[in-house]
Design a protein around this ligand. Structure first.
Ligand code: NAP
Length: 248
């Protein structure tokens, strides 16, 4: 077995692709979801049908108690954690800066920033060699929006991914001598339901011509980068933020 992995937001999109690939590569996978139990169960079924081990856990990432419950459940069901993928995220509603509300800011910050801080804290308690752990690796799913800025659509979302990048770099330095590598992938335009759910169903078609490679990427292409960063093949890589964006 490769180890025990938590993938937040593993019921669909990039998180589901990460969970499937991790299951196929021998990780015992715990995937969390917000509300789509049927999709989460389908990912678990795919992994177990292939001979792997997986469980799905409902957890609202804006709630600390739910996050603590996930880690507790994984301790008991799968054993000591070795890999964490902070993937669950939301752009929130689209709109220019003129329209942003305190409620939207609180919500996207809670899911995209506060949750990865709390999951990282819980992962340290289980993985750090000075806390009795055997080491491990964390990958944060950021976004090219952190550098591009999200103007006209979601500056609030872009800023949360900027914070996630800072968490990645700071955590990598703080944990480098404690057996934990921390990196991020920074996806560009990726074909998932995120765009439609944000109220922009034509976003991929509208924007893919502006990607240097001329197309959107797939969730599976992002998953490959995530699994590589978690693997021993990336043993000297920490604090890196790798664009998976077709040049965007
Ligand atoms: P997606 O298809 O919308 O999937 C989002 C996943 O996160 C789902 O599993 C969803 O659970 C879960 N989730 C959302 N809000 C949650 C909450 N409050 N609590 C718990 N779980 C929650 O999105 P995606 O495109 O795969 O995006 C995954 C990550 O990649 C996000 O962090 C996103 O910012 C980032 N990203 C995406 C793109 C892109 O173009 N798609 C580009 C750059 C970065 P349910 O299924 O139960 O709702």
């Amino acid at each position: 077995m490769q180890g025990v992995m938590i993938v937040t937001g593993g019921s669909q999109g990039i998180g589901a692709a990460v969970a499937r690939l991790a299951g196929a590569r021998g990780y015992a996978v715990a995937l969390t979801y917000q509300s789509n139990a049927a999709l989460a169960d389908a990912v678990v079924a795919d992994i177990t049908a292939g001979g792997g081990r997986a469980i799905a856990i409902q957890a609202e990432m804006a709630e600390e108690a739910a996050i603590l419950r996930v880690f507790d459940q994984v301790d008991r069901a799968l054993g000591r954690l070795t890999a964490l993928v902070n993937n669950a995220g939301t752009p929130g509603p689209t709109g220019r800066l003129d329209t942003v509300t305190a409620e939207v800011l609180d919500r996207v910050l809670a899911i995209n920033v506060r949750a990865p801080f709390l999951t990282t804290r819980e992962a340290i308690a289980r993985m750090a060699t000075d806390r009795g752990g055997a080491g491990g690796a964390i990958v944060n799913v950021s976004s090219r929006a952190s550098e591009l800025g999200g103007a006209g659509e979601w500056v609030h979302y872009a800023a949360t991914k900027g914070a996630l990048d800072s968490l990645t770099v700071g955590a990598a330095k703080e944990l480098a001598l404690r057996g934990i590598r921390v990196n991020a992938v920074s996806p560009g335009l990726i074909e998932t339901d995120l765009h439609a759910r944000a109220g922009l169903p034509d976003r991929i078609a509208r924007m893919q011509g502006g990607v240097p490679m001329g197309r959107a990427g797939s969730a599976a292409e992002v998953a490959e980068a995530v699994l590589w960063l978690l693997s021993d093949q990336a043993s000297y890589i920490t604090g890196s933020i790798i664009p998976v964006s077709g040049g965007r």
